[in-house]
Design a protein around this ligand. Structure first.
Ligand code: KG4
Ligand code: ZN
Length: 325
């Protein structure tokens, strides 16, 4: 079995995965959403302190499997430096005390392998990764062969939902709150321009849209917020769809997937699904419970790292907050 640890942002999570069967034996996650909600975003130092409390509490429940562990996997990049260090320190302690090797795991690869929890990987796949920190289009050929073909020039898709929610004083994380508010709104009552719609670039940008929304929030009454939220969600998603259409012209995908915390958005899922019907392309999705950060996806990625013998000596494991793929 492999024990995996995730602490790259505001979720403390540990999982245990059986190597041969890929079965998830144990999985627990303690989210810090409530604690950060009053600040309208994640406060890194507070997140770090909460991981230091939560991770050992979860680990206690895993002791019964310690003698069956072949490796400990941990997210070491990318993420918040002060929170990554909590998971990595725990992994190092386990490695030394149990005499097992460490598998450092890239968080983005974890999101990609959230598609294949308790199952074989289905590759190649073109992946749209939409989270709080990233908006990327990735061609995934294998665990070790992944190419980022488009990325955001500024904010990420999920982050733009967080920022719009903050403007409306809705709390954190903004994604689910904006999605819920949008259901009560009429998207046609506000018209925001779609970012980079005239540009041939296959890239993403959300800062301009965020400013358009800010102006609408500041110049309208709170009763208009559902309509603004719906128009924002529509435009933010339409931006992704337009760029996907452009990309598919030269690179028709064999199969397609959406991963990351924001892939839980049903409007996005429906919009991408409609687009893929035109191309007759299969859409792979993670179960809703595995879209946001969790250790089960890190454990699933670790199964591939284990096969690739991607172990690193304890002393050489460093955290890398900004790394991409
Ligand atoms: O993957 P994740 O849990 O953490 C990062 O790696 O960043 O993603 C969290 C992000 C947050 O920005 C959150 O607002 C967004 O995903 N999110 C959503 C939805 N659920 C979560 N964005 C849009 N719609 C949602 N339903
Ligand atoms: Zn994530």
């Amino acid at each position: 079995m492999i024990l995996s640890i995730e602490s790259s942002c505001d979720d403390s999570s540990i999982a245990i995965t059986e190597i041969v069967s890929k079965k998830l034996i144990y999985h627990k996650k303690i989210s810090q959403e409530l604690e950060h909600s009053q600040y309208g975003g994640v406060v890194p130092e507070l997140a770090s302190r909460l991981h230091a409390e939560a991770l050992p509490r979860i680990l206690e429940e895993c002791e019964q499997w310690f003698d069956q562990l072949k490796a400990v996997a941990v997210t070491n990049e990318p993420g918040l430096g002060v929170t990554l260090i909590e998971g990595v320190t725990m992994a190092k302690a386990l490695s030394i005390s149990l005499g097992i090797p460490i598998l450092p795991i890239n968080h983005l690869k974890g999101h990609i392998y959230s598609l294949f929890i308790e199952q074989e990987a289905i590759l190649p796949v073109t992946v749209l990764l939409v989270s709080g920190g990233h908006t990327q289009l990735i061609e995934v050929t294998s665990y070790t062969q992944m190419e980022t073909v488009a990325t955001t020039m500024d904010d990420s898709y999920g982050e733009s939902f967080d920022k719009v929610a903050k403007m409306m004083n809705l709390g954190y994380p903004g994604g689910p709150l904006i999605e819920r508010l949008s259901r009560e709104g009429d998207a046609s009552r506000f018209s925001f321009s779609v970012p980079l719609s005239q540009s041939p670039l296959i890239a993403f940008s959300y800062s301009g849209l965020k400013n358009q929304v800010r102006l609408a929030v500041e110049t309208n009454k709170t009763s208009a917020y559902p309509d603004i939220a719906a128009a924002f969600q529509h435009t933010a998603t339409e931006h992704l769809i337009q760029k996907l259409k452009k990309y598919f012209k030269s690179h028709p995908p064999k199969r397609f997937a959406i991963v990351g915390g924001a892939s839980a958005n049903l409007y996005l899922r429906e919009s991408v699904s409609k687009l893929l019907t035109i191309y007759n392309v299969e859409l792979l999705l993670s179960e809703l419970k595995y879209c946001s950060d969790n250790a089960a996806m890190i454990g699933r990625a670790a199964l591939e790292a284990y096969t690739e013998k991607g172990f690193a000596p304890c002393a050489e494991i460093t955290i890398n907050p900004r790394c991409k793929l």
